[in-house]
Design a protein around this ligand. Structure first.
Ligand SMILES: [Mg+2]
Length: 277
């Protein structure tokens, strides 16, 4: 097979100078990116949930302990990029939640988890263009919680691979988190991946350091990180398809033809990308 038939498999040194790899995968952050940004009062949320399941005094004690444990574990994630889970939170807080408590917690979050209404059309466009769709989220929630949200919002079937930090040892911006996401979508060259996120440090700096292109969808409450230099800044997900299309065209790649090319792992692309000039 010639390099022209399998552009995604070219080693970087084989590419013409200045030409970027074709975009083979777009990997999305979740909170504030695939789901519009909401400011959530976490302490109040835990108080409301605990009030449904414990007597007044115990509810107050448990809510305070859970919130403190959650904060400590998020601070550890920010400092050391080590992941944690909801189980870790409850263990640290000395609270043993039952199914009804967890259901109330999920219900309390429901208004804040709605997927961007344009996500399904965007994912369909990406897949038709031969580009895989991935998710990489810093989260303490289990995969099942995220998949229920994606199923509810009719996008789960369009996600080729997802990594939730609750399932691995690391959080963004650690390179291992990005490597895990690449493996999940079946792409081996980070230069063929575009990461889309709302956090300059976790998402943009992390993705760039991992060798990906990074697109920032800024929201006002996320702290800046001067060393993070996105390849593009977009106002919302609706701006992503035109951006990718322009990048592919500028670099001479065209996607969407199902011409039998194969991924490195032997599976078919949703639609192969090929060189047009
Ligand atoms: Mg985010």
């Amino acid at each position: 097979m010639t390099a022209q038939q399998t552009p995604g498999r070219q080693a970087p040194e084989e590419r013409a100078p200045g030409r970027r790899a074709p975009v083979q995968a777009v990997i999305f952050d979740w909170g504030g990116t695939l789901t519009p940004w909401h400011s959530v009062d976490h302490a109040a949320l835990w108080r409301d949930v605990c009030a449904l399941h414990f007597a007044t005094e115990l509810a107050e004690r448990n809510a305070t302990a859970i919130r403190a444990a959650e904060r400590e574990l998020w601070l550890a994630a920010e400092r050391d990029h080590r992941s944690a889970t909801l189980d870790h939170v409850f263990q640290r807080a000395g609270v043993a939640p039952d199914e009804a408590f967890l259901a109330s917690y999920a219900a309390a979050w429901e208004p804040h988890t709605l997927t961007d209404p344009g996500a399904r059309a965007l994912f369909l466009w990406l897949r038709a263009a031969g580009i895989r769709v991935g998710v990489l989220s810093n989260t303490m929630w289990p995969r099942s919680a995220h998949e229920q949200i994606f199923l509810r919002d009719r996008v789960l079937d369009l996600i080729d691979g997802a990594v939730y930090s609750s399932e691995i040892d690391w959080t963004k911006p650690h390179p291992e988190a990005f490597r895990a996401a690449m493996a999940a979508v079946g792409v081996s060259d980070p230069a063929g991946c575009v990461f889309v996120g709302d956090r300059p440090y976790d998402d943009v700096y992390g993705a760039k350091r991992a060798g990906m292109r990074a697109v920032l969808v800024p929201n006002s409450e996320v702290p800046a990180y001067p060393a993070a230099e996105p390849d593009a800044v977009i106002a919302g997900l609706a701006d992503l398809a035109p951006l990718i299309e322009a990048w592919q065209a500028a670099d001479g790649w065209r996607g969407g033809e199902r011409d039998g090319q194969q991924r490195a792992d032997g599976g078919p692309w949703p639609g192969a990308i090929r060189q047009i000039n």
